[in-house]
Design a protein around this ligand. Structure first.
Ligand SMILES: [Zn+2]
Length: 193
């Protein structure tokens, strides 16, 4: 045992009662209500700001929905069991799930969302001809008059911005997750009150 450690600790009860007890003592009941005392109750405070997290995850889901819609529309007209089409169906689906999970406060899911955005950028740039083919096959071009290459770069740019926003939103996601954790702990400690 090192000397800087206090010999006593303060334990708190959910009823508000506090007791200072020897540090070795772990199971102590409250003199007022008989419940078990524990470490100080966490104070969750107000919900941290999540505007960047919301924007980043919404953009990831939007660009994923555009990519998925394009793949589904082109597959419906002309299905080829290619790896490229498979990727265009699966990657955006993962993006929609990761975006939703990250929005609920998952820093890990936010990193996955950023990676998926980057993969969509890569698929747009490396598979530009395939995207243009899908744009033609989907029938979407009847409603869009712009140049197909420009449209492909537009999707890539949106995915790129979404990916950067996900990385920028990481601190917000961490604070939000920590805040949720504190609330869950508080709810667990004060259950039945
Ligand atoms: Zn008590």
């Amino acid at each position: 045992m090192n000397g800087s450690e206090p010999a006593t600790i303060e334990l708190h009860c959910v009823c508000g009662e506090r007791r200072v007890v020897p540090a070795g003592l772990r199971i102590v009941s409250c003199v007022k209500c008989g419940r078990a005392l524990g470490p100080p109750l966490p104070a969750p405070g107000p919900r941290p700001a999540i505007f960047l997290l919301a924007a980043a995850t919404n953009m990831t889901q939007l660009v994923s929905a555009i990519a998925l819609g394009l793949a589904i529309a082109s597959a419906a007209r002309h299905f080829d069991a290619s790896a490229a089409l498979g990727a265009w169906l699966i990657v955006p689906l993962l993006g929609i799930f990761a975006g939703g999970k990250a929005y609920r406060g998952g820093p890990g899911a936010l990193v996955v969302a950023a990676v998926i955005d980057a993969v969509i950028v890569a698929m747009c740039l490396a598979g530009r001809d395939h995207v243009i083919e899908m744009l033609h096959a989907s029938g979407a071009l009847r409603y869009v008059t712009v140049d197909t290459a420009l449209l492909t770069y537009g999707i890539a740019a949106l995915a790129g911005v979404a990916g950067l926003a996900c990385l920028a939103a990481l601190p917000q996601a961490r604070r939000y997750a920590a805040w949720q954790h504190t609330r869950i702990e508080l709810a667990f400690r004060t259950r039945g009150m």
